[in-house]
Design a binder for this molecule. Structure first.
Ligand code: KG4
Ligand code: ZN
Length: 357
């Protein structure tokens, strides 16, 4: 592994992600090459508690981040002097973990005399499809579905987001995780529910589709979650049937709400899905059909780019760098980590909107 010759015109950005339970580091170039990356999951640490424990997460990020940075940069033969900027998640997320990544990035930018880019984690997800798909242009309609968020956004450009819908209670990833917990599948629940659903009948268990057909634009998953609880407690259904029926109800809510967003704010040339739940094949399948029906291009990033990672943070940094142009000095070193940071500051608050419990 020789040292990276810095002859290419494309800028090189280091990305750091630490907002939830993945510690991640990546080196990404402006020509969309992921030079190197590493992800350390904390699943084992949090599994006994059935969810992410903020204090444990922050400590694990603090222990792992520096050695991971050393390893990724060392193996790629990249030194601080080779970087054009350092991008770190600055929120939203579990604040202790966010601070570990952001403060580390600040220290590196001071040592390297390079710009700091404070990235909104949601913007990382929102722009990740453009890292995977060079043809994907603005604007696009984005379904952002993760453990903490469930939103439909019009992505007009870098830093230009219009929130068309959000959840009034639970995020969809959260609903997957709670369903998994009720079925005794452990944490994280999404992939486990998806696997179990393969063996079940999606029509076997009658479950509600909250807000389906409603004139208001938002999502709601609390009623679906309660119905899953009642179905489990009744003892009348196979776990696989409950998993499959839950997933079916969830995807019907997604397509219905996207239809509403298209009616309200469409048309859009492309439909894009991002965030951890975008890893779900049934979700991807129904969205592809919906895009087809509306004559839209469909993009879903590869699975590794859907769940939390640092390549998307580095990419958001590269997008920002390209937008700001020469002479960009970076975000201020006193940039404060933000536990909440909506992509569309003009969007009105909705009760409980997409905040991780
Ligand atoms: O984007 P992400 O990695 O972290 C957040 O920013 O929240 O999303 C994690 C969420 C979890 O709720 C997880 O259960 C869900 O994404 N997830 C899935 C799948 N893979 C991850 N949900 C459904 N099906 C999957 N295959
Ligand atoms: Zn995320």
């Amino acid at each position: 592994m020789g040292s990276l010759t810095h002859t290419s015109e494309a800028p090189l950005v280091l990305g750091i992600e630490s907002s939830c339970d993945e510690t991640a580091v990546a080196l990404v170039r402006g020509d969309r090459t992921v030079i190197a990356q590493a992800i350390a999951s904390q699943e084992a640490e949090h599994a006994p508690y059935g969810g992410v424990v903020p204090e444990i997460a922050a400590r694990a990020h603090a222990e792992r981040l520096a050695p991971m940075l050393e390893k990724v940069m060392g193996e790629a033969g990249v030194g601080l002097a080779d970087l054009d900027a350092i991008a770190a998640t600055a929120g939203p997320g579990l604040i202790g973990g966010v601070m570990v990544g952001l403060v580390s990035a600040k220290a590196l930018t001071m040592a390297a005399d390079k710009p700091l880019i404070a990235v909104n984690h949601l913007e990382g997800h929102a722009l990740s499809p453009r890292l995977a798909d060079a043809e994907l242009a603005f604007p696009y309609l984005l379904l952002l579905v993760s453990g903490g968020h469930c939103q439909i956004l019009a992505v007009d450009g870098v830093g230009r987001y219009r929130r068309l819908a959000t959840t009034i209670d639970d995020a969809l990833g959260e609903a997957f995780d709670k369903t998994a917990k009720l079925l005794g599948l452990g944490y994280p629940g999404g992939p486990a529910v998806e696997r179990l659903a393969l063996a079940g009948n999606p029509r076997a268990v009658p479950l509600p589709r909250p807000l389906k057909g409603s004139a208001e634009p938002h999502f709601s998953f609390a009623g679906l979650k309660s119905a899953v609880l009642r179905a489990v407690e009744s003892g009348a259904h196979e776990p696989a049937d409950i998993a499959a029926s839950f997933q079916q109800a969830a995807v019907e809510c997604l397509t219905d709400r996207l239809g509403r967003a298209l009616a309200n704010a469409g048309p859009f040339p492309a439909l894009v899905v991002a965030g951890g739940v975008a890893a779900n094949k049934t979700v991807r399948g129904v969205l592809e059909l919906l895009a087809d029906k509306h004559g839209m291009r469909f993009t879903a990033p590869p699975l590794a780019l859907c769940t939390d990672n640092a390549a998307m943070i580095a990419w958001a940094g590269l997008e920002r760098l390209a937008q700001e142009g020469a002479g960009f000095a970076g975000d201020p070193l006193d940039f404060v980590a933000r536990p909440r940071w909506p992509l569309d500051p003009a969007a009105e608050a909705v009760r409980g909107a997409g905040v991780k419990a």
